[in-house]
Structure formats: C-alpha cells, structure tokens
Design a protein around this ligand. Structure first.
Ligand code: HEM
Length: 463
C-alpha cells in the first residue's frame, strides 16, 4: 500500500478561461506576465496569436522547440524587445551578443565553463555557504522566521563575488552588493518605449536613474580588471577565479578588453539572481513536502558523514538535485525564451500540420507554460521531485524541460548553478529545518526572473 501523502500544489495563477481585453493585457504585462496565460497555453502544442501587432508563435511541442532552438537555430535572433532592455547594460556580453561576436565569445569562453573549472569552484561554494549558514544560527535558536528569498539572493551573490573576484574588488567589497542590486533592478525594467520597439537611442525615462549607477559600476569593474592584470603581468600569484580565467583569454583569438568587462557584468546579471530564485522556491516546496524532505535529510546526512568531497555531491545526492530540478520546473528562473526569425521559416508537426514562422515576428519558448503543460506532464501543478530521480528521469523528453534553454545558446553556467544549488541545499538542510508558517504566502511574479512577490517567510530551526 502506498502511504505517501498527496503531493503539494504550490501557488500559481489559475489559467484564464476568458481572453483578457487589450487594456487588461497591458496592465497584466506590467504587473505580472505570468497571469496572462489562458487555458490553451497549458493545453495546446502551439498557438499563433496577435500580440501588440506582432504575430506571436508560442511553442510547446518538443519537436517545434527543437526546430527553433537547435535544428534551425541559425535562423533565429534574440527578440528585439529583450535586446532593447538588456543590451544598453550588458552590451557585447554573451547573453546579448549576436552574430560573429557571439560565436567568437562563446568559443573563447567554453574553456572557462568546463565541468573541471566548475568543480574547481566547489570549495569556494562550500566555504561561502558555511559562512552564510552562521547567519541563521540566532534565528534558529528562537525558531524565528527568515525571508528565504532575500537570504538566497545574499548567498548566491556572495558565492558569485567570490568565484568572480575572490574578494579583490577595486573599491573594497563594502557597498558593492548594493550597486549590484541597483544594476539588477535597472536591468529588469521594460520601458513603454521598449514595448513600442522604439530605437535604442531614444532615452528611456524609467531607466534614467540607473544610468549614473551603471557608469560607476562599470568603473569599479574596470579598475578591478586593471589591478588583476597588473598582478598577472608582474607574475604575482593570482587566484584561480573567473576574472583570471577571463583575462587569460584576452587577445586576438579570444575576447577584447571591453568584451571581458561586458561579460563580467553579464555573469553578475545572469548568474546569481537566477540561482537564488530557484533555491528559495526549492526550500519552500521542500518545506511543504515533509515526506520527500525526510529522504533528502537521510541522503545529506549519509553523504556528509562519509566525508565526501563537495565536488562529488551533485552525483551523490540525487534527491537534493531532484528537488532543485522540480522547483525549477514549477518556477523556472527564466520563464520565457524569446526569439525572432531572421527569414521566414516553416515547421511541420508529426500529424502533418504546417505552420509559418514569419521573418521578424515573435517566437516564444516559455518554460513557465511548457513545464506546467497538460500534454506533457502528469499532475503538472504538483511538486513531485520523484520525476527527476535517476530511475524516472528518462521519461522526461529533452525538449519538455528547459530551465537552462537548449541549443547553441544554452546557459553556459548550468553546471556551475547545479553544483552551487546542491552544495547550498545540503549545507543548509544539514544544519537547519525550514517550515512554513501562517505568513508563508508566496506568489510568483515575472520580472527578469520568476520571483516571489514579498519574499518567502519560513521558520528556521536547528535539526
Ligand atoms: C539556476 C540558474 C540559472 C538558470 C535557470 C539560467 C537560465 C538560462 C537560460 C534559460 C539561458 C538561455 C537564454 C536564451 O536562450 O535566450 C541562459 C543563458 C546564459 N546564462 Fe544562465 N542560468 C542560470 C545560471 C547561470 C550562471 C550561474 C551563469 C554564469 C555564471 C549564467 C550565465 C549565462 C550566460 C552567459 C548565458 C548566455 C549564453 C549564450 O547566449 O551563449 N547562467 N541562462
């Protein structure tokens, strides 16, 4: 007899049954795009709708997604609106670069993100998480509530700062985190002019306050790079961090100095809030699933008492990894992957229907709806990490689960993020137990990432 309790259904907008009016679409787009999607978006293999005058193709059929992201990826550019928002900040960083610059940068940066280098960061990830865990010691004594959303942002920021610069920041670490915060705040904003696809030289009123901050921030990154370069040139010992790795590939076949600077900003922008969101959602869903939490605690205790090297935790802790992957299914940190065909394209489904994807129109691959899609998932709205355990993993189609995207532009930091997440969850759950309280009522909103409105309050206690 199966005595497992009913799986937990975490909060999410109920799919609409009546299409919103034009005015409502605009309001919801600014308030929370996740609330926009109707029943068809969670049940049909693809849809074509007019959206702000653009024909938008929403792709769910895994073979259509493979066509767009992999088989015919060369025909798909980043969507103009995303570029209008991000490019003024990240310039030619990998996330926003296109064409030959992207090709050369991706090739040059591949060695920086090998699994060997990610593993090399495991020690720093462990050290930073252990230091962070101390901050919960006092609240745990009082069984007090902590806001896990801000906590995880601090933790992943500290890990990123350590693996990027090893603490060697030109102005000192003081105040740097606040600058990063303001940068991210500025990054996530869509200005009304962006929606109208106005050219990038037209000033965006909503982003004016961020411009000075961005300039100052770039100056600090630039000074930090110069200081490290001087050290490298004078053959002093330098830390084995991202900054050193990037400066080593400066040159005609690698990256220019400006591109290195752009990529440092990109790593800060793409590489910590994403992981932080997924960690916070994971801790929340785990707190609501005591049965699975018990299996995770048993696994963590066993692996840690064997003294395993943190480099191997990702492989040794399938339950921890499964919980994190399931949290990214329900709350994908990147809820939408947006493209625009460079030339007209067509695709034919297995049952012989052909659709046209016209040049310059909009193509969306949306992990948010794909991961909750009724055609592809059993009990799509429920938190069931068992799906991701090795015995069941093969049942998940490669193109029905896309937290890191797919194809040539797949997330370059995926291994880094997974390793970081498993180390963070293991260290925190070894020491503490997190529980929901009456004030735990998170609500997902789409900004740059899928984030909990007003944070996530969990009670922390010592195990
Ligand atoms: C849970 C954490 C993360 C998630 C869910 C995530 C998600 C994604 C997704 C979906 C894309 C593809 C976007 C597209 O195709 O339009 C992407 C690209 C990218 N990610 Fe991540 N990411 C994570 C962590 C990281 C980390 C830790 C780093 C770096 C340290 C990073 C750096 C990048 C970069 C540079 C790209 C652009 C790659 C390219 O276009 O060639 N990400 N990420």
């Amino acid at each position: 007899m199966d005595i497992r309790p009913e799986p937990f259904e975490p909060p999410a907008p109920i799919p609409r049954t009546i299409p919103p009016s034009r005015l409502e679409i605009i309001k919801v787009m600014f308030r929370n795009p996740l609330e926009l999607w109707g029943k068809p978006s969670y049940t049909l293999p693809w849809m074509q709708v007019k959206f702000f005058g653009q024909l938008t193709t929403i792709c769910h059929d895994p073979s259509l997604i493979k066509h767009v992201l992999v088989d015919n990826a060369g025909n798909y550019a980043m969507q103009p609106i995303r570029q209008l928002v991000l490019r003024p900040i990240l310039r030619d960083g990998l996330l926003t670069a296109e064409g030959d610059v992207w090709k050369r940068s991706r090739k040059a940066m591949a060695p920086v993100f090998t699994p060997r280098h990610a593993k090399g960061f495991a020690g720093q990830m462990l050290k930073m998480t252990e230091a962070f865990a101390e901050r919960y010691a006092e609240p745990a004594k009082k069984n007090a509530e902590v806001n896990i959303a801000t906590g995880m942002t601090e933790l992943t920021y500290e890990i990123l700062a350590e693996t990027l610069f090893s603490g060697e920041i030109a102005t000192g670490t003081e105040g740097f985190a606040e600058r990063v915060d303001s940068l991210l705040h500025n990054m996530g904003r869509i200005d009304p002019l962006d929606l109208l696809l106005a050219p990038s030289w037209m000033p965006r009123i909503t982003r004016i306050p961020g411009r000075k901050a961005l300039k100052a921030f770039r100056q600090i990154v630039s000074d930090t790079m110069d200081a490290r370069r001087r050290k490298m040139d004078s053959r002093e010992t330098v830390p084995d961090d991202f900054l050193t790795l990037l400066l080593k590939i400066e040159g005609p076949d690698g990256l220019t100095r400006d591109e290195i600077e752009d990529n440092i900003l990109t790593f800060i922008g793409a590489g910590h809030e994403t992981t932080a969101r997924a960690l916070a959602w994971a801790l929340y869903c785990i707190a609501e699933s005591p049965h699975f939490r018990a299996a995770m605690e048993e696994e963590i205790d066993r692996v840690l008492s064997d003294g395993a090297d943190p480099v191997d935790w990702l492989d040794l802790m399938p339950h921890v990894r499964a919980a994190f992957e399931e949290a990214m299914r329900l709350y994908p940190p990147a809820p939408s992957i947006n493209r625009a065909p460079i030339e007209d394209d067509t695709w034919t489904s297995a049952d012989g229907k052909t659709i046209t994807l016209p040049k310059g129109e909009s193509v969306l691959v949306m992990p948010w709806t794909l991961h909750r899609h009724e055609l592809y998932w059993d009990r799509p709205r429920h938190f069931m990490p068992e799906r991701f355990l090795p015995a069941n993993r093969d049942k998940i189609h490669r193109f029905q689960y896309l937290p890191f995207g797919a194809g040539p532009r797949i997330c370059i930091g995926a291994t880094f993020a997974l390793q970081e997440a498993v180390i963070a969850l293991a260290v925190l759950m070894k020491r503490y137990r997190f529980d929901v309280t009456d004030s735990t009522r998170p609500w997902p909103v789409q900004r740059l990432t899928t984030q909990p409105l007003n944070g996530i309050a969990l009670r922390v206690s010592a195990r």
